[in-house]
Design a protein around this ligand. Structure first.
Ligand SMILES: *[C@@H]1O[C@H](CO)[C@@H](O)[C@H](O)[C@H]1NC(C)=O
Ligand SMILES: *[C@@H]1O[C@H](CO)[C@@H](O)[C@H](O)[C@H]1NC(C)=O
Ligand SMILES: *[C@@H]1O[C@H](CO)[C@@H](O)[C@H](O)[C@H]1NC(C)=O
Ligand SMILES: *[C@@H]1O[C@H](CO)[C@@H](O)[C@H](O)[C@H]1NC(C)=O
Length: 487
């Protein structure tokens, strides 16, 4: 890159599962590539992001006006986190109204920088229309998927072809993506099952036809089928640049006293346990199980005889942000009993996930398999027990179990009946000295090495994800030079 710092404009969809990975990418581009970053979002989201920035960061946060109540949403709801499930699609639709304001933001930015153009605009896949705004200036536009290509391909293929409509079969092969093998209807989220939002999906895809390329937060070596699918479907370059994760000491809880305390409690507890003896259980910040599932999980954890850390959140039907501790939904005396025996540690609402996963006592991760959690687990070579609940999580588990071999699925969805015995059997399978368990742990270590190699950035060896990022930045630079040369 030349002497002058390159500016990159970033614009994620208003959901934590998008904003956090975008922020991680912003920090990566700033700290490792020396870019300056302009990060756009709606006012309440900007307020939320502010404290998550590293103290020495110069990422510029810019507000885009948005009033949720103008779009049939409750007031002051600018993030899927604030909304019940059935209104999320409405937020996606309402977000199309941000186009003129984003256009203005970009033009103002160029004017303020005396006509100097940003290197590129990286937007969410929901905001493919940013391509028009970028191209008007002759600037490169890419979308960033905070997912893997395999699962995005499954979701895309099902959403576009709806194989379960007018068909009594419960299992399907996707004709355009047969690499995913069989997909069962229970692996479709509510909106795919009901074909809700199909029109929105088609509009979103239509908007993405003029992008210049896309970035996936995945590793090429583990995600080839999905990447090839998108390259063929869109005829554009798709770069696997992952894993891009928030560096330690950043994120919404950075410097927060309660978080520092929680981290200390977890570390001290883990330090007393033998290596590879602890099961870590967390369904992420946006997902909970039903009260009955929670009860069966609790029975299973006790029956398994394994050490565990469980991040407990109120079950479905209770306010996810409430202070309710979830105690009411656990077996009588559960928390006290496990505390006294030292076998189980319950953490309420939030846990220092990276610290737990990186600890040598941690053996396996029972997870909803949201892509960010998957990347965190695999980066530390921890095998997974998958309990997918929504959207692309079902296909993440499929990829991890059937293709990569680092996961077993234990249950599916937020409502299905689960039996404690079945959960115990899966926990034993992964954590005991079974053939399968040994094989999975070995594979998880291999995957950790693949990930480690892909992000190696040394004079003598550049990993595949680092090269993919180089290729992306070079493509962006090339387009701007072409624009300058044009009469
Ligand atoms: C900010 O601090 C981190 C960690 O202390 C360091 O790795 C990074 O290089 C710093 N970044 C800048 C832009 O100074
Ligand atoms: C229903 O789905 C099955 C499995 O994918 C397929 O073989 C069959 O042709 C489909 N039937 C119709 C009527 O589309
Ligand atoms: C797994 O190990 C536990 C002891 O930690 C034992 O009680 C249980 O029977 C074992 N299960 C299997 C399936 O081997
Ligand atoms: C990760 O890769 C680097 C080389 O880039 C190597 O020095 C390091 O030992 C590797 N770490 C692990 C845990 O394999």
């Amino acid at each position: 890159m030349d002497q002058r710092k390159e500016n990159i404009v970033m614009f994620p969809f208003m959901a934590q599962g998008h904003i956090i990975p975008f922020l991680a990418l912003a920090i990566e581009l700033e700290q490792k590539r020396g870019c300056t970053i302009t990060f756009a979002s709606t006012p309440l989201n900007i307020k939320r992001i502010q404290p998550s920035l590293p103290p020495n960061s110069s990422i510029q946060l810019l507000e885009i006006p948005f009033r949720s109540s103008d779009h049939g949403l409750p007031p002051d709801c600018e993030n899927t986190h604030d909304l019940p499930y059935h209104l999320i699609l409405k937020l996606v639709e309402a977000s199309r109204s941000l186009k003129p304001s984003f256009h203005k933001l970009v033009n103002d930015l160029v004017r303020k920088q005396h006509g100097q153009l940003p290197l590129c605009i990286i937007s969410d896949s929901f905001f493919g229309w940013c391509a028009d705004i970028a191209h008007e200036l002759g600037v490169f536009h890419a979308i960033f998927f905070p997912f893997c290509a395999f699962s995005t391909a499954c979701y895309y293929s099902i959403g576009m072809s709806l194989p379960h409509r007018n068909n009594d079969s419960k299992e399907f092969v996707l004709t355009d993506f047969p690499q995913a093998s069989r997909i069962h209807v229970t692996q479709m989220s509510e909106n795919l099952q009901g074909a809700h939002g199909t029109e929105t999906l088609r509009k979103v895809v239509q908007d993405c036809l003029s992008i210049d390329g896309a970035l996936f937060n995945s590793m090429g070596e583990l995600d080839e089928a999905g990447l090839t699918f998108f390259q063929k479907t869109f005829g554009k370059p798709f770069w696997p640049i992952g894993p891009i994760l928030l560096p330690p000491g950043t994120g919404s809880r950075a410097g927060n006293e309660a978080a520092i305390k929680a981290a200390e409690v977890c570390r001290n507890w883990l330090d007393t346990k033998p290596p590879n003896s602890v099961l870590y259980v967390s369904f992420g910040s946006q997902n909970t199980v039903s009260a009955s599932q929670m009860m069966h999980l609790a029975f299973a954890l006790e029956a398994s005889g394994k050490n565990f850390i469980w991040v407990v959140r109120p079950p479905t039907g209770f306010d996810i942000n409430s202070e309710l501790k979830g105690k009411e939904c656990l077996p009588e005396g559960f928390e006290d009993r496990n505390k006294a025996s030292g076998r189980g540690l319950l953490v309420h609402h939030w846990a220092p996930q990276m610290e737990i996963l990186s600890h040598k006592s941690t053996s396996a991760f029972l997870s909803h398999c949201g892509w960010n959690s998957v990347l965190e687990g695999l980066s530390y070579g921890v095998p997974l027990i998958g309990w997918p609940m929504a959207s692309e999580q079902f296909y993440n588990v499929k990829l991890l179990e059937e293709e990569i071999g680092v996961c077993v699925e234990v249950a599916r969805g937020r409502v299905s009946e689960v039996k404690s015995e079945d959960i115990v059997a899966k926990i034993d399978l992964v954590m005991n000295d079974t053939e399968k368990g040994k094989e999975m742990r070995k594979r998880a270590c291999e995957v950790r090495n693949i990930i480690n190699n892909s992000i190696a950035d040394k004079e003598e060896f550049k990993g595949a994800s680092v090269k993919a990022m180089d290729d992306f930045l070079n493509a962006a630079m090339l387009m701007r030079e072409d624009a300058k040369r044009a009469p």
